[in-house]
Design a protein around this ligand. Sequence first.
Ligand code: C5P
Length: 231
Amino acid sequence: MRSVERIIVALDLASQEEVLATLDRLPDVEFVKVGMELFYSTGPSLIHLLKDRGLKVFLDLKVHDIPNTAAGAMGSLSKLGCDLLNLHCGGGFEMMKRAQEAVVGDTKLIGVTQLTSTNQRILNEELGIPGTVEASVLGYAQLAKEAGLAGVVCSPLEVKAVKGVCGSEFLAVTPGVRPLGVDRQDQKRTMTPKEALQAGSDYLVIGRPILADPDPHGAFCRILEEIEVVA
Ligand code: C5P
């Protein structure tokens, strides 16, 4: 895979106008992520618009519901023709299996393990899940693999372990990527783009380090240069 295809730019924006203006400033981008804020404001038409522009699309709606509802959601969403779709592994095995069975076309379904904003204290004290973040991520990854999912979303810190347990073909999509010198903001489990790729990440999801830069194209190109050394 070419390095440019490995960077998924998170379009954490509020409207179609902002997306179009942003894409004009990012001519080299090939893979984008549409999250809740944007999808809930634009609806499915934006996905068609992005696909018509030749972009690959990760629709990041992090579905988490009873198996029947999650499966229905995946049936509807996969019809939009996006390349990646996700749900929360925390919904359990049956939810993931039923959701996977409902996916149509070439869309790949991946599971969110633990959010990259969750650290050890939050996991244990707020979520009430004992053990380490890595153990929780690995447990979810194994369950996702057994349910037939194509991979997981995890932090770069857990990629090696996930690949070790689930195999190299099992996709690891990693947010929580921060180039050196860039603020971590709310992300707690981070690595640089180069480190994430060296750890085995298939795709790097990067938002604010590109979109919040005064020169988004420059920021994107610097990340691309950094990872091209690894690829
Ligand atoms: O701006 P930043 O690079 O932190 O954006 C990361 C993106 O990845 C956000 O859109 C966020 O919703 C998403 N994400 C995440 N952690 C996950 C799953 C998705 O940060 N576990």
